[in-house]
Write a protein that binds this ligand. Structure first.
Ligand SMILES: [Zn+2]
Ligand SMILES: [Zn+2]
Length: 247
């Protein structure tokens, strides 16, 4: 049975009770961390997960609120004596920059460094970026200010969860979200490269999803207001993500 934990729900500016958006998708075999803007060791610990239990790390795009803590995540894995390989996924430009960021810390010179595998996503996306008997994760480029991927998790015998990542409404997002059980939709907009809560409601209705979860939103506007704006366009269940929320 899959378990999805919202480790952080904030937009680019973290709040007293909200870290930058990052998530954990768990099956019996994998713990897939999506992004690490804020330090994931702390949020994982709060979710009862040790950092070295993470099997896969997906970097959605190279904005600091999504990758800023990458060197610290890798260093903490090393300090905790990780042996198992870690696989990191992202667009070619994202992986290239991630390597440069890690190189600033001379990470490849650390003694007994664990293996890190990089998997790059092409411009056409990656239909089976991760695939085993329990989950298939597909990635498609979405429409943000810089190259970004959106994600769809199809759990065998379970739910389909779509995470928009940072994007404005676009065709690839509609493909990713088609009839999903849960759409985790960024709602930082309105504005170029982002989605407003109202547009999030429109996407949810258009794609026929069962539940809409707003994430990466402007908390100062108040969750009730944001949810009401989405509900004006979508009849299904709408909630605003909070740190620690389990889906
Ligand atoms: Zn962001
Ligand atoms: Zn961004």
């Amino acid at each position: 049975m899959e378990k999805i934990t919202i480790l952080g729900s904030a937009n680019a500016v973290a709040k007293s009770d909200q870290q930058n958006a990052h998530l954990l998708f768990e099956t019996s075999k994998r713990k897939i961390l999506v992004d690490c803007g804020d330090h994931a060791a702390a949020s994982l610990a709060r979710a009862g997960v040790e950092i070295n239990q993470v099997t896969d790390l997906i970097l959605t795009h190279f904005h600091a609120d999504h990758v800023g803590s990458l060197p610290l995540v890798i260093m903490d894995m090393w300090l905790e004596k990780r042996v198992e390989p870690l696989t990191i996924y992202g667009l070619e430009i994202t992986i290239e920059k991630a390597k440069k960021l890690l190189d600033l810390f001379d990470w490849q010179k650390w003694s007994n460094m664990f293996p890190v595998n990089f998997v790059t996503v092409g411009d056409a996306g990656f239909p089976k970026m991760i695939a085993d008997s329990e989950v298939v994760v597909s990635a498609l480029p979405v429409l943000h200010l810089i190259p970004t991927i959106g994600l769809r998790f199809q759990f065998t015998g379970g739910r389909t969860i779509t995470y928009s990542c940072d994007t404005e409404p676009c065709d690839s997002l509609y493909t990713l979200a088609d009839k999903a059980d849960v759409l985790l939709q960024e709602a930082a907009g309105p504005g170029k490269g982002h989605t407003s809560p109202e547009q999030a409601g429109e996407i949810a209705a258009r794609c026929g999803v069962k539940q809409l979860v707003l994430i990466h939103y402007e908390a100062r506007r108040g969750k009730k207001v944001l949810i009401a704006e989405a509900q004006a366009k979508f009849n299904g269940k709408v909630v605003a993500a909070e740190d620690g929320l389990v889906l």
